[in-house]
Design a binder for this molecule. Structure first.
Ligand SMILES: Nc1ncnc2c1ncn2[C@@H]1O[C@H](COP(=O)(O)OP(=O)(O)OP(=O)(O)O)[C@@H](O)[C@H]1O
Length: 340
């Protein structure tokens, strides 16, 4: 089998169609990995024995690479929060918040507990509707779009608390994510038309490549609940990538990780960005945020208090005060905006 099944150089521009291993693949992977496939016991699989092509990391990158048909250019705003407020009863969780997420960057969203980070995430992903203001994504106002519509538009997220289908295998969890992109109609799926079967095979192949990409390919046939905590976090990222997002939102993906796991996660996040995705990262660990982000937005009490490069933001007295709980009057002489 060719190492370049899509007819393009690995790592090249993949256009709006993802590479697929199925095009010239003989036996569909479904027969190896899906239920009823004769796998009585969960096993560790050497993915590259089944699909030798997946040993080529450049090809895996090309298969997983982001959809390039985004209307904005690298560096232009992909998502804009425009004067967004979210009010719960009497509590203003977000107060006239404006910032951009630029295409191709890793943007860190930080702030102390209760600052409004998750609320901002939820406003972007359709969980909450802004009380005031607009969220614009890829040139389109999200308005009343429902969560599944927002996923289709190209925003995917992971959750602070891992939410996987525990009784499904790792691979099945990722295949579920690909459903967001299926084009077959319900009758087509019921009748198992050729197009539907091809779509299924492509989904399995792409999911396998994504698992390999995030580093859990060898656990494809294991039930999600049997994966280690770190593997489950990576699986969540894999499932989000399977929806083919333009923007990947990660909500504290390193929570509970030791330093070595955090280091490895930073590498993965950079790798995801380098593969053409835009990433929004909520994270408490300042070292991780500094090490991986291109820009940072800081929230405190629902307001943006700083925005800029990691170096500028983390040396900003207002930010230091917000994190250390120093009252404004104890900040350096002058006002809180004074440089450190
Ligand atoms: N559904 C809700 N109903 C009422 N209040 C809420 C709701 N969701 C969040 N809040 C409140 O809004 C404020 C912002 O919460 P949010 O979870 O967005 O903060 P956060 O910065 O993500 O905090 P953490 O780092 O602790 O996760 C908090 O005071 C929180 O109690």
């Amino acid at each position: 089998m060719s190492n370049d099944p899509g007819g393009m150089g690995a790592g090249g521009d993949v256009g709006d169609a993802h590479l697929s291993l199925s095009a010239d693949a003989g036996e569909p992977m479904a027969e190896k990995y899906l239920p009823g496939a004769g796998l009585a016991e969960p096993v560790m699989v050497d993915v590259t024995e089944v699909r030798p092509e997946l040993a080529d990391s450049a090809l895996v990158d090309a298969i997983v690479a982001a959809d390039r048909t985004v209307r904005t250019e690298v560096g232009e705003p992909l998502l804009r929060m425009e004067d967004v407020s979210v009010v719960f009863g009497g509590l203003t969780a977000l107060d006239s918040v404006s910032f951009d997420i630029r295409r191709g960057e890793i943007l860190g969203l930080i702030g102390p507990n209760g600052a409004g980070k998750t609320t901002a995430f939820n406003a972007m992903t359709g969980v909450y509707r802004p009380t005031k203001g607009l969220v614009r994504f890829d040139g389109q106002v999200l308005g009343k779009a429902k969560r599944n519509q927002i996923t289709r538009l190209g925003i995917a997220r992971t959750f602070q608390n891992i939410r996987l289908f525990n009784e499904m295998t790792a691979l099945e969890n990722v295949v579920v994510g690909t459903d967001a992109r299926h084009r077959t109609s319900v009758p087509g799926a019921l009748l198992r038309t050729r197009r539907h079967r091809q779509e299924e095979r492509d989904a399995i192949d792409r999911s396998m490549a994504i698992l390999e990409f995030v580093g859990v390919g060898a656990r494809a046939t294991e039930k999600a609940r049997n994966l280690s905590y770190g593997e489950q976090r990576r699986l969540e990222i894999a499932r989000a990538l399977a929806t083919e997002p333009k923007l990947l939102c990660l909500d504290e993906p390193a929570a509970g990780f030791n330093p070595a796991e955090k280091e490895a996660l930073m590498d993965l996040i950079r790798h995801i960005r380098d593969d053409g995705y835009t990433v929004l990262l909520i994270e408490h660990d300042m070292r991780l945020v500094r090490g991986v982000t291109d820009r940072i937005v800081v929230l405190e009490f629902g307001k943006v208090i700083a925005e800029g490069t990691p170096e500028d933001v983390t040396s900003d007295p207002k930010v230091i005060a917000a994190y250390l709980g120093v009252p404004d009057e104890e900040l350096p002489e002058g006002d809180a905006d004074a440089p450190a």
